[in-house]
Ligand binder design. Structure first.
Ligand code: SF4
Length: 69
C-alpha cells in the first residue's frame, strides 16, 4: 500500500507539525504546506494525524480510497 497525502490549503494554518515529522514529504511554502515527495506510509499517516487543522488527507494510491481522516 502506498499512501498519498494531499493538503487542504484552505484548512492549513501553517503550524509546521507535518514538516517536522516528515520533512521529505512536506515543506512550508509561505502560509501553506506543500507536498514535495513521498515517504513511508507510517510517516505520512503520522504527519496527517498530527495536523492540528486536519488539513492532510491521505489516500491509498492503489484503491483510491481515502484512509484519513
Ligand atoms: S501540520 Fe497541518 S496545518 Fe500545519 S503546516 Fe502541516 S498541513 Fe498545515
Amino acid at each position: 500500500m502506498t499512501l498519498l497525502p494531499t493538503i487542504d490549503e484552505t484548512a492549513c494554518a501553517a503550524h509546521g507539525d507535518c514538516v517536522e515529522i516528515a520533512p521529505t514529504v512536506f515543506v512550508l511554502d509561505g502560509d501553506v504546506a506543500e507536498v514535495i515527495g513521498t515517504g513511508p506510509d507510517a510517516l505520512v499517516l503520522q504527519a496527517a494525524e498530527a495536523c492540528p487543522s486536519v488539513a492532510i488527507f491521505v489516500t491509498d494510491s492503489q484503491s483510491g480510497e481515502q484512509v484519513y481522516p
